[in-house]
Design a protein around this ligand. Structure first.
Ligand SMILES: Cc1cc2nc3c(=O)[nH]c(=O)nc-3n(C[C@H](O)[C@H](O)[C@H](O)COP(=O)(O)OP(=O)(O)OC[C@H]3O[C@@H](n4cnc5c(N)ncnc54)[C@H](O)[C@@H]3O)c2cc1C
Length: 384
């Protein structure tokens, strides 16, 4: 088994790292102060060609088919730079992969090249006020009416919806069938009856919105795949991107470790740098071992997806669960190593990492839901 990245993946890693140092880090103080939508990050990611990782070559992407490992390699580096940079590659993918999986030729041609170039920002609308972890119980309805679907319902926590040109909506076309009645439908955001009702302020800088549909009419041609197959489209999309949440968390943890190490080498207490005190060394050792475990789980899950293994859901859940929980522990230790300076809001970046590390344990399936998936892999399928 080879754990080395290929020369091509190492090049992507290096180029993304340099891009983050050159173009993302200088933006961070401005974005954090303004607390407004960081559109400049989207523009720069687009110029760098990052979104092309999410789209097949035929529609302006980099690889013949969409591959998870390069997405994870890039997202780890982006996550080191700023939360929104790491999240942006995922939200772009959440909104485009359902089209890759199930869009008609016309829909793919119309939207995917513009997602690849960053001209279009899409969104993925699954969660509702009464349906979070239990997404199959969603209540939004899209009922057929001639050549249209009439949509009514509410969505919440939808990343980028406030600035998206289209959203991939998951709604019930046949409410009596439960999750089997869910369909995926592309909704252009200018459609009458579609309204962004709230910007939900999150601990870290992010753009998350509540949406309402009131008799919103959308052409039936906007259906992605078949009626009733929407839940499967959503789950396959999460299979691609869930382990990249783990990669994002590994990036945050690596950033926290690098900062803690540098600080521990220069901070002198009791006559020597604190890095020379054994209690600090033990913390540093545990942090880096955990980071490497997280990274290996992420690579394993991404490879499972890219090589079509049947246990990709199990592996990506392990990667997401372990890496996000691990990153929380690592950031906490990094704050501790910084002492009082770790909780200073202005000059030290640890406070920002402390905020950024929290949400990844919740979105794209909470830690508890990942644990259920991991356990059920053995319990339901009676695997050893
Ligand atoms: C920053 C951010 C961005 C997001 N972006 C998007 C997006 O773009 N699109 C989208 O559709 N959604 C998005 N979400 C929503 C996200 O996916 C949900 O918040 C998440 O799935 C959890 O749902 P919930 O918040 O309703 O919590 P709930 O499902 O109500 O869970 C509450 C608690 O109960 C636990 N719980 C629930 N069921 C069980 C169970 N069976 N066993 C044990 N514990 C359980 C959960 O783990 C959690 O601790 C985003 C959320 C955040 C925070």
């Amino acid at each position: 088994m080879d754990f080395e990245l290929s020369p091509e993946e190492k090049k992507l890693q290096e180029e993304t790292r340099q891009f983050v140092d050159r173009e993302i880090r200088p933006l961070v103080p401005v974005i954090e102060k303004k607390k407004s939508y960081p559109i400049e990050i989207v523009k720069r990611l687009a110029r760098q060609g990052i979104y092309r990782l999410l789209i097949p070559k035929e529609y302006g992407g980099i690889y013949e088919t969409v591959r998870s490992l390069p997405i994870c390699v890039a997202r780890e580096e982006l996550g080191r730079g700023h939360n929104f940079a790491g999240a942006s590659i995922a939200t772009q993918g959440l909104g485009s992969y359902p089209l890759v999986l199930a869009g008609s030729a016309e829909i793919r041609e119309r939207y995917l090249p513009r997602v690849a170039s960053g001209e279009i920002v899409p969104a993925f609308a699954l969660t509702e006020p009464e349906a979070g972890s239990d997404a199959g119980s969603l209540q939004t309805k899209a009922l057929r009416e001639g050549d249209y679907y009439r949509i009514n319902g509410t969505k919440c926590f939808i990343s980028n919806a406030g600035i998206a040109q289209y959203i991939v909506l998951f709604a019930k076309t046949n409410p009596s069938l439960g999750a089997k009645g869910i369909s995926a439908i592309l909704v252009e955001t200018g459609a009458p009856g579609y309204e962004v009702t709230r910007q939900m302020e999150i601990l870290a800088i992010d753009v998350v919105n509540e949406l309402q549909f009131k008799d919103c009419l959308v052409p039936r041609a906007n259906l992605l795949g078949e009626e009733g197959k929407g839940f499967s489209v959503a789950m396959q999309t999460l299979d691609l991107l869930r382990c990249s949440v783990g990669a994002h968390a590994v990036g945050i943890a690596q950033e926290a470790f690098d900062l803690a190490l540098a600080y521990a080498k220069k901070r002198v207490q009791f006559g020597k740098p604190i890095a020379k005190h054994q209690a600090i060394q033990l913390k540093l050792a545990n942090m880096i071992v955990e980071i490497n475990c997280g990274r290996l789980l992420v690579y394993q899950a991404a490879l499972a997806k890219d090589t079509g293994q049947s246990d990709v859901t199990f592996k990506s859940s392990m990667a997401k669960y372990y890496a996000t929980e691990m990153a929380q522990r690592v950031v906490d230790q990094a704050v501790q190593i910084h002492g009082g300076y770790g909780v200073l809001v202005d000059d030290f970046p640890l406070e920002r990492l402390y905020r950024e590390v929290r949400a990844p344990r919740i979105y794209e399936g909470t830690s508890e839901i990942q644990q259920l998936i991991i356990a059920n892999h053995f319990v339901k399928e009676q695997k050893r």
